[in-house]
Design a protein around this ligand. Sequence first.
Ligand SMILES: Cc1cc2nc3c(=O)[nH]c(=O)nc-3n(C[C@H](O)[C@H](O)[C@H](O)COP(=O)(O)OP(=O)(O)OC[C@H]3O[C@@H](n4cnc5c(N)ncnc54)[C@H](O)[C@@H]3O)c2cc1C
Ligand code: FES
Length: 260
Amino acid sequence: MEKRITIKIDRIVEETNDIKTFTFKHTLGAKPGQFIMLTDFEGGEKPFSISNCTKEEFSVTVKRIGEFTTRLFQKCEGDYVSIRGAYGSSFFVSKNKVLLVGGGYAVPTFYFFAKVLLEAGADVTLINGARTKIEHVFADRFIELDIKVLNVTDDGSFGEKGTAVDIAQKIISKDKFDFLYASGPELMMKALQNVIKDIDYEFLFERYMKCAIGICGNCTMDPIGLRLCVEGPVLPKKKVELLTEFGKYHRDASGKRHEF
Ligand SMILES: Cc1cc2nc3c(=O)[nH]c(=O)nc-3n(C[C@H](O)[C@H](O)[C@H](O)COP(=O)(O)OP(=O)(O)OC[C@H]3O[C@@H](n4cnc5c(N)ncnc54)[C@H](O)[C@@H]3O)c2cc1C
Ligand code: FES
């Protein structure tokens, strides 16, 4: 297991009412798509994707959902939390023409990834989707990068009106991409899978994780018992196609199934 370390929150940026980015001065050495486990020692330890990582620091971008994230939102710059990781698989780095399709709080991990893709020489287009303007994140951050960005909201309150999947389908019908990556709600990725049959892809999955090191079995996916914390969270097309539970059900902390 990677060593647990206690680190100071260096900076906090309020992205929206319910989404904040926490930056830590620590050399994490993570790859895009990987995640850390974070605890405040007050109950629970939760996985968060890395939204930026340089030699000197890294960031996670967190949506306030329940008890743990509400407590995290009360933290200030200078407060301490504890992390372990980085864990899991990372995105394949293409050098060609790629399409990133992201939804909601899962989009920021593409900021870190887009920078790595650009360094590799890829031609990058991003669909940055959210339900509504107040849930749309990182539009200002992506402007800094030399990529094409299509902002989209379900209700049309920011960018084009429609879902990220609608827009992906539209641009794929007009333009050819060598590789596609998706990070967002599982049902978004399931809908996307149905419209991108001819393109090779990788999807970043989020399932309930406890140990993050392949022991507890809480994050396994049927029927191959794939452990998302070790073999994922980024999965290639050939593995995604084997998953019978993709888009159908997920598990809670006790391992009990819930339909989407
Ligand atoms: C690989 C991975 C990367 C993630 N990256 C991010 C990220 O970058 N930003 C972000 O805001 N969130 C991310 N999440 C989800 C995040 O872990 C949950 O939002 C958080 O744990 C919610 O905790 P809570 O106590 O506030 O909410 P709760 O009320 O406890 O739970 C609300 C919902 O959050 C999810 N959740 C809760 N605990 C876990 C857990 N241990 N593992 C996975 N999901 C959980 C479940 O869907 C649950 O229904 C990621 C999850 C995974 C698995
Ligand atoms: S979270 Fe325990 S095996 Fe993946």
